[in-house]
Design a protein around this ligand. Structure first.
Ligand code: C2E
Ligand code: CA
Ligand code: CA
Ligand code: CA
Length: 272
């Protein structure tokens, strides 16, 4: 929280927590953010551990509020979910990511979907329409969803995922291991990639439990034919250990922070 401009942010949070018009204030602010182009996307490189090459990017949403500065997504995404504004915001994210994808020249662009977005009725046609409109190859798009989004309604989730799969879109399971899902559910869902949550990566070298869980996730994913990506990789020791354990890909501050579009396209010296 510190890094997001201290007092301003605390003031905002206070306002949101205590005032009677809380959710209304927030809803108005989020609506304004969408209409006044206060959102932008940043892109975090995903690295193939064997070759150390960038194979894709995860798209992350940023809200630059004119007075409050950068508002972290962990704060406003849940509120956007509650107010339903995640639907138009999520559509903006998807469309913008697909528009920018061509210039990013990556094999894979991952976009986060919240539970409510994933279960919106016309998700598949929305995705299909955006792919057509932007000319982005479906194979380039990866949608990241969390376990809780799947557990909410498993039958519906399987149908939606299969339809997305038929389009050619890939699906990854985000924050894997932090939710409730049993490992046996995994084979029921048409998933392409498992993302090992950063809590396991950071615990891996000091905590025997985390270490065992990481090994189990990699072994199980590979035996089901899934790719594995580790998130939140911050040290060379973590990178080396993950490579030795057979993890396919990694992302994290060790390789790069999430970058503005201009820096991905024009290199690190580009002005933003
Ligand atoms: P997430 O999908 O699990 O994204 C990973 C978060 O970890 C990102 O935080 C990223 O900046 C951060 N991160 C990356 N590498 C490292 C590292 O080495 N160490 C540490 N400590 N952190 C690292 P961010 O961008 O603040 O996003 C937070 C969450 O907000 C995301 O978690 C995701 O759940 C949500 N979010 C972000 N953008 C979107 C979006 O466009 N749509 C939806 N629905 N949710 C989003
Ligand atoms: Ca994610
Ligand atoms: Ca994650
Ligand atoms: Ca997370």
């Amino acid at each position: 929280i510190k890094e997001y401009g201290g007092n301003d942010y605390r003031h905002f949070k206070h306002e949101v927590d205590d005032s009677g018009a809380d959710s209304l204030t927030m809803e108005t602010a989020l609506r304004q953010a969408l209409n006044e182009e206060q959102f932008h996307l940043v892109f975090q490189p995903q690295i193939d551990l064997a070759s150390e090459r960038v194979v894709g990017f995860e798209t992350l949403l940023r809200w630059q509020h004119p007075e409050l500065g950068m508002v972290p997504p962990d704060t406003f995404i849940p509120l956007a979910e509650d107010t339903g504004l995640i639907i138009p915001i999520g559509e903006w994210v998807l469309r913008t990511a697909c528009h920018l994808a061509r210039d990013l020249k990556a094999q894979s662009i991952a976009v986060n979907l919240s539970a409510r977005q994933f279960h919106q009725r016309d998700l598949v046609s929305l995705v299909a329409g955006i792919l057509e409109e932007t000319g982005m190859p479906a194979q380039t798009l990866e949608l990241e969803i969390t376990e809780s989004a799947l557990m909410f309604d498993m039958e519906a989730a399987v149908i939606t995922m299969s339809r997305l799969g038929k389009l050619g879109v890939r699906i990854s399971l985000d924050d894997f291991g932090t939710g409730y899902s049993s490992l046996s559910y995994l084979q029921r869902f048409p998933i392409d990639t498992i993302k090992i949550d950063k809590s396991f990566v950071s615990g891996m070298q000091t905590d025997a439990g985390s270490s065992a869980i990481v090994n189990a996730m990699i072994a199980m994913s590979h035996s089901l034919g899934l790719q594995v990506i580790a998130e939140g990789v911050e040290t060379e020791a973590q990178r080396d250990s993950l490579r030795e354990r057979g993890c396919d890909q990694a992302q994290g501050y060790l390789f790069s922070r999430p970058l503005p579009f201009e820096q991905v396209v024009n290199g690190p010296d580009a002005r933003t």
